[in-house]
Design a protein around this ligand. Structure first.
Ligand code: GLA
Length: 380
């Protein structure tokens, strides 16, 4: 929906025009998965799909929120008593985000919100982070609050962790808040420092949705994180980031085979992410592609978060891309998307191969998005 129709819809519902529209994007992760909550490295980019929110202030403490495509009713609640909602999950993103914002800064009162987004849900492109960060951007501008992008990301993450119930890391919220056009972002999830990397010229980011729906909360995401934390505890380190591959191998007898493989993924993925940043800076797409292939194999075999459909898509895409780039599953896994990096000229051929072969092999239609690295949250 355009900003104009969002404003119109707001007005039709709330009987007055909105004061502002805030926006925040989803993201695609180029490399570095399941590393963020281990204080490691990630290399995502914000994409051109996101969440827009039209809003006006209220002089009471009530929040009235309508989310296009999620519901036919308004979620109304008081900022003074924010409860978890058991029957409509989207409401908890509004409630949790506002509750966590209030714990940080409570210089705002009620609001009317009309929310609309086009990040495919359950696809591993961070529709939920885009929702949280768009809401924070909207409230911050509506009430002229002072909130840095990093703090917005931490509040969004806290909402997921403490209210929604997903123990996600910081990657999605941070890139949604702070992404830069034409850039990927190398994020050090220990100190939250950011290095921006220009995407190599002539490179296309092709995202293919396997259309195997994933649900982070329901999936094994939280249990993967718990496994990593258990290994860190056994080695008496704060996080797996602090463990080298040699140290892990030396202590292998302390671990089950599964624990060992989970930790090996995290440690090697951190290394690949740093190397991928260097490859990106050197404009070396073949090297980047090689690292993406290794990352996929590690997520598939050691971390075990891939699916036959994701593996199939990676194979179909890699066969066409050859050594000119690469493809891997992206995000939390258990369904969702594959990301491919390739020279622009390969896009048509890769797209055709996916459209032809994927349905034949898996009986599912893929959705294909050519993504552009886009700007993080802004006021429209
Ligand atoms: C989800 C989480 C992120 C990150 C990825 C896996 O997107 O929200 O914090 O852990 O999975 O890399």
């Amino acid at each position: 929906m355009t900003d104009q129709s969002l404003k119109k819809n707001f007005e039709a519902r709330f009987k007055h025009p909105p004061e502002i529209v805030g926006y925040a994007p989803g993201r695609v992760n180029i490399i570095g998965d399941h590393t963020d909550y281990n204080q490691g490295f990630v290399l995502p980019a914000a994409i051109q799909m996101g969440t827009s929110i039209a809003a006006s202030r209220r002089d009471d403490n009530q929040v009235c929120a309508f989310a296009e495509g999620f519901t036919h009713t308004i979620d109304q609640f008081s900022l003074d008593k924010i409860d978890y909602c058991h029957h409509e999950m989207w409401r908890n993103y509004v409630r949790g985000t506002l509750q966590c914002l209030r714990q940080h800064n409570n210089e705002f009162s009620g609001m009317n919100l009309y929310i609309d987004g086009n990040v495919p849900q359950g696809a591993g492109l961070s529709s939920s982070a885009s929702f949280e960060i768009a809401l924070l951007k909207t409230v911050v501008d509506l009430y002229s609050l002072d909130l840095a992008g990093v703090d917005a990301a931490l509040i969004g993450q806290a909402a997921e962790n403490s209210f929604v119930g997903c123990n996600c890391g910081i990657m999605d919220q941070l890139v949604s808040a702070m992404g830069l056009e034409n850039h990927a972002m190398l994020l050090d999830c220990r100190d939250l420092s950011i290095k921006d990397a220009t995407l190599p010229a002539g490179v296309a980011i092709l995202v293919v949705n396997s259309n195997v729906k994933r649900g982070l909360v329901d999936s094994e995401y939280n249990s993967r994180r718990a496994q990593c934390e258990a290994v860190a505890q056994i080695f008496e380190v704060a996080a797996l980031r602090n463990l080298s591959l040699d140290q892990l191998c030396d202590g292998q007898s302390l671990l089950s085979d599964e624990q060992f493989r989970r930790a090996r993924h995290v440690i090697t993925e951190n290394g690949r992410t740093i190397k991928a940043m260097a490859a990106m800076q050197a404009n070396d797409l073949p090297r980047l592609g090689q690292l993406m292939a290794e990352s996929h194999a590690s997520l598939r075999d050691d971390y075990q978060v891939s699916t036959p459909e994701l593996n199939g898509l990676v194979e179909i895409m890699s066969t066409v891309i050859g050594v000119s780039g690469g493809a891997r599953m992206t995000g939390g896994g258990f369904g969702g998307c594959v990301v491919g990096l390739m020279p622009e000229q390969k896009v048509a051929e890769v797209t055709a191969a996916v459209k032809q072969t994927y349905p034949q092999c898996f009986g599912l239609e893929p959705d294909i998005y050519q993504c552009t690295a886009s700007m993080g949250a802004f006021r429209c």
